[in-house]
Design a protein around this ligand. Structure first.
Ligand SMILES: [Zn+2]
Length: 302
């Protein structure tokens, strides 16, 4: 993977600059009571954070993940006949990949889950793979894709499995995030098929409890290490917090996806980076996450 980035940087000066910037990016540890998060100042993510993801805007723009529209300098690795592994042109980490379907088809998890789990195994143990739902973080909701980054950059997952499991069913253990202002259910298993089956059951339970037919708003973060697959499901109530749409001083440009929910909050504006407080982070997390009472209903129905 390092060689692939090195090779692409050589033929794409813009990518080399992006990686130089990310290695020097300012970061700030923000205590939030029971936990801490890291804020990263990353102006290159402005396009992603402010992406218009409504249907009309998506329909009118050329899809930036379709092969014909990729930058000419972009190199790709063909993955299992269905995806292209690409260097993300606006990295958050020193290794940051987008794994895009070769076909233009909507971001949707039930039909692509097995590939996500396979990808986590294929990139194990060094990488975490993540998925942003079409309505909560994906800047290309019309083109199926995942992302991957070094797992050590998101240590959050490890902390969850130190908790006692809330359920154990058909070789899958379920854990629930506790007192971290987010609604998180973690599935852990040595068996990919069982993990996929239990995730799809969880998916249906969420739909039933929320009384919806569409894909529930979720972000997924998946790692595979020491023979175990860990799949964290962030249950969301909304995509962007009210502060994102506020005017003047009250505006905070934070548009949470899987990485932000996992404790690395990306700020594209320097003022937001400097003034983001633990209380503001907690408030954003609570606002965009499914409320505790609904999460409790989901856990009970497992
Ligand atoms: Zn496309």
């Amino acid at each position: 993977m390092s060689q692939f980035i090195g090779r692409t940087k050589k033929s794409w000066p813009g990518l080399a600059s992006a990686y130089e910037e990310i290695s020097a990016a300012r970061k700030r540890l923000i205590p939030c009571g029971n936990y801490s998060i890291t804020a990263q100042f990353n102006p290159r993510r402005t396009t992603n954070s402010t992406a218009a993801v409504d249907e009309e805007s998506i329909r009118l723009r050329p899809c930036f993940l379709c092969t014909d529209n990729l930058p000419p300098e972009q190199q790709a690795v063909f993955y299992r006949g269905e995806y292209l592994l690409l260097c993300n042109p606006a990295p958050i980490f020193d290794h940051h990949f987008t794994i895009a379907s070769v076909k233009h088809k909507p971001q949707e998890i039930t039909s692509s889950l097995n590939r996500l789990l396979q990808l986590a195994w294929d990139l194990s143990p060094g990488y975490a793979v993540f998925y942003n739902g079409p309505a909560c973080g994906a800047s290309a909701p019309d083109h199926l894709h995942f992302q991957a980054c070094p797992a050590e950059n998101l240590p959050f997952l490890k902390t969850l499995s130190f908790l006692p499991p809330v359920k154990e069913l058909s070789s899958v253990r379920f854990y629930q995030g506790q007192q971290i202002d987010r609604s998180i259910i973690l599935l852990e298993s040595q068996n990919s098929e069982a993990a996929a089956r239990e995730f799809l059951r969880l998916f249906t339970i969420i739909q039933k409890i929320l009384d919806i037919n569409r894909e529930p708003m979720i972000n997924l973060l998946c790692t595979a290490a020491c023979g175990y697959l860990r799949l964290a499901v962030f249950l969301r109530a909304k995509h962007r917090p009210a502060a994102y749409f506020a005017s003047g001083e009250r505006r905070i440009f934070v548009s949470p996806g899987a990485v932000d929910m996992a404790g690395m909050i990306i700020t594209t504006q320097e003022t937001d980076f400097n003034r983001l407080t633990g209380e503001a982070v907690r408030s954003i997390y609570r606002e965009v996450s499914l409320p505790e009472d609904i999460t409790a209903k989901i856990i009970n129905a497992l």
